[in-house]
Design a protein around this ligand. Structure first.
Ligand code: AMP
Ligand code: MN
Ligand code: MN
Ligand code: MN
Length: 287
């Protein structure tokens, strides 16, 4: 049985494991093919590729790009990208520059609510100093006793209407999809069930994404409750999009582990169908 996981994070973004450790964990979990998809960063791909080669698992170079669409943040996963492509590299570098300023503003906003030192604390938690994000703030809030756990940190802080949340303009959808396609990759909308869009807005998003050359949506993800899988599988089919599968693993004990997900519904068209690097595995159905 073929186990593919096309969404996970290392400490190059907001995961806790180094890229080679993420790959080792995937191999230990029985994953045959893995994409590392760090937020707005591709610096972990060479080490992950080397570790995957050594472990004998198929590696798919990936990224998860932060986008603002209709005033909300949407994540677009790029799979099979060439990370050296100049347009992609420049676009991601610009997003990372924006993150630094945003992290400072988040720290100032928390300070106004009486929580001092959050920026410095989150910065210290981040292995990659270009990639301080809300997860680092959340881990610091938990470590310092301001929140009971990660869930509580995001419920009380860091989300719209709460201390530590600041508005931020990420990339345009058109740009993110354009960079991924220019870099030879396949664009996939990450965890579509997590956005605060109504049904009409979801339809508009899927239409716009498809018109730009986007090819897939995540159907099976750690962010979807099993009761939602069918809805997203149906929408993928209705909008002519392929289906992806990824745990969105960040750290041991935080959320779903790598590769520990159910199979795609049988009527989905897998986003990985026809990928040459999976030859030898491709005749197998998904675990
Ligand atoms: P950022 O890109 O800096 O805004 O951070 C977004 C990241 O925060 C996501 O990729 C998740 O890893 C994490 N995150 C967002 N909401 C939650 C939540 N409710 N619980 C746990 N982690 C979350
Ligand atoms: Mn994350
Ligand atoms: Mn995401
Ligand atoms: Mn993710």
């Amino acid at each position: 049985m073929f186990n593919i996981d096309l969404h996970c994070h290392s400490n190059v973004s907001d995961g806790l494991l180094a890229p080679a450790e993420v790959v080792a964990r995937a191999a230990a979990n029985g994953v045959h093919a893995l994409a590392l998809t760090d937020h707005d960063a591709v610096a972990g791909l060479p080490a992950a590729q080397a570790a995957a080669d050594a472990a004998g698992i198929v590696f798919v170079p990936g990224v998860e790009i932060s986008v603002t669409w209709r005033g909300q943040t949407v994540h677009v996963v790029g799979l099979r990208i060439d990370p050296a492509h100049p347009a992609l590299a420049a676009g991601l570098a610009a997003i990372r520059r924006g993150r630094i300023d945003r992290a400072r503003r988040m720290g100032e906003d928390l300070a106004r609510s009486g929580i001092a030192g959050a920026y410095e604390g989150a910065y210290a938690c981040a292995a990659n100093k270009e990639m301080v994000g809300r997860t680092h703030f959340a881990r610091w809030l938990v470590d310092t006793g301001h929140a009971p756990d990660m869930r509580g940190a995001f419920r009380r802080f860091l989300t719209r209407g709460n201390p530590g949340y600041v508005e931020h303009q990420w990339a345009a959808l058109e740009d993110a999809v354009g960079w991924i396609r220019a870099a030879g990759g396949v664009a996939v909308i990450a965890h579509p069930g997590r956005y605060a869009f109504n049904a009409r807005e979801i339809h508009l998003l899927l239409d716009a994404f498809r018109a730009l050359g986007g090819e897939g949506i995540e159907v099976i993800t750690g962010s979807h409750h099993p009761s939602e899988y069918g809805k997203w599988a149906d929408l993928a089919r209705a909008f002519g999009l392929k289906a992806s599968r990824g745990a969105d693993f960040h750290a041991p004990g935080e959320g779903i582990d790598i590769g520990r997900l159910p199979a795609l519904p049988h009527y989905c068209q897998p986003v990985w169908q026809g990928w040459a690097e999976l030859a030898g595995h491709s005749s197998l159905t998904l675990a």
